[in-house]
Design a protein around this ligand. Structure first.
Ligand code: ADP
Ligand code: NA
Length: 350
């Protein structure tokens, strides 16, 4: 099979928030002890939503700073930004020719982001999952820690890998590049792995603090809807105090959270920050009023986030050092990427 390798990325689109931290970055940190990892700042993806941008470079540095501040070891693992490694765009083009338009049209994120005026969305926004598949498969990564919102894109990456492996199976075999793997019931030799998403724990989809039906998002116009990683303790306290809740106390059992999205969300956030489960939180906090639970959540959030916020600020004060890390990471990534692109060109016949 394929050697285990973890890949993930975050877009440099501002307002890095608690959802990004609990759904992604915190998991990166947990995985790095036992796995080889590649963590990317996916700056090419940032162009899909908005073409002309003022500060893509500083936004990119900010995501890199968050990775480092959270404790990712950039010596042991690879930390870089996507646009430095030409293979991402190159492999995405091949994948655009593997993937079918119908696959892209079905993506719920595209439908959400394109809105009603779909004809006016960028072609890049439609092809986004193809570039994401390239990000992952350029390194033949086996595992991708992400939030729940990325599940459908991961399935599409598997569809692309499957079609590539099938369509080129004879060429892959002739070039001696096949790796024994399972595809469904079959045992075959493929070139790309069927990458598994790692979506686990109590905070795979952190919801808006203002609307239990919407996910916490960078692009939400209401700053009160999210806790940003740059928020100070007072701001975190104010946002949690103002978070929407229902009038009931916390339930006595975790089942009692169903049908109570705001309570479920705050308990999930507490559980993820405390490295426990929702049931574990309810065992201790069940029956309490929000007027008691919210201050406990504030204390926990500040305790866990303040060191990261402080470290981010320190790291951001030395942009040249961040650039050095990204450059070195890019060189290391490119060594792997160039090998893959050499293989892919041989397989495709370019
Ligand atoms: P956003 O969705 O905020 O624009 P990205 O698309 O760059 O951010 O996502 C970065 C990572 O953060 C992805 O793994 C994504 O699944 C995760 N993520 C984003 N929002 C949330 C959320 N509300 N809850 C949990 N994980 C999230
Ligand atoms: Na996202």
């Amino acid at each position: 099979g394929f050697p285990p390798l973890v890949f993930s990325g975050i877009q440099p689109t501002g307002n890095l928030h608690l959802g990004n931290y609990l759904g992604a970055i915190k998991k990166f940190v947990a995985l790095q002890d036992d796995h080889d990892c590649i963590f990317c700042v996916v700056d090419l993806h940032a162009l899909t939503a908005q073409l002309v941008q003022d500060d893509l470079v500083s936004q990119t540095r900010q995501i890199a700073a968050a990775y480092l501040a959270a404790g990712i070891d950039a010596e042991k693992h690879i930390v870089f930004n996507q646009s430095r490694v030409a293979g991402h765009a190159e492999l995405a083009w091949i994948f655009n020719c593997v993937a079918r338009i119908g696959w892209m049209n079905r993506m719920t994120q595209f439908k959400d982001k394109a809105g009603k005026d779909r004809e006016n969305a960028s072609l890049g926004l439609l092809a986004y999952p193809s570039l994401m598949a390239a990000d992952i498969l350029l390194y033949r990564a086996t595992h991708v820690p992400v939030g729940d919102d990325q599940k459908q894109h991961l399935e599409l990456a598997r569809d692309i890998a499957t079609k590539f492996n099938n369509d080129f199976s004879a060429r892959i075999a002739a070039a001696g590049l096949g790796v024994p793997m399972r595809m469904g019931e079959e045992r075959v030799n493929g070139y790309f792995p069927l990458t598994e998403p790692l979506i686990e724990g109590p905070a795979t989809r952190v919801m808006s603090l203002k609307d239990g039906a919407k996910k916490m998002s960078k692009s939400d116009p209401s700053d009160l809807s999210r806790i940003n990683l740059t928020d100070d303790a007072d701001t975190i306290a104010r946002k949690i105090r103002k978070a929407k809740t229902d009038p009931l106390p916390l339930p006595d059992s975790v089942e009692g959270l169903s049908g109570r999205p705001e309570a479920d969300n705050l308990v999930g956030i507490y559980a993820a920050l405390a490295d426990t489960t929702k049931a574990g939180v309810i065992a201790r906090e069940g029956g309490r009023q929000f007027s008691e639970f919210k201050p406990a959540l504030v204390d926990l959030a500040v305790e866990k986030l303040a060191p990261i916020t402080d470290a981010m600020r320190r790291i951001m004060a030395d942009p040249a050092e961040i650039d050095r890390v990204l450059k070195r990471g890019g060189e290391r990534a490119n060594e792997i990427a160039a090998r893959t692109m050499g293989d892919v060109k041989r397989i495709v016949g370019l």
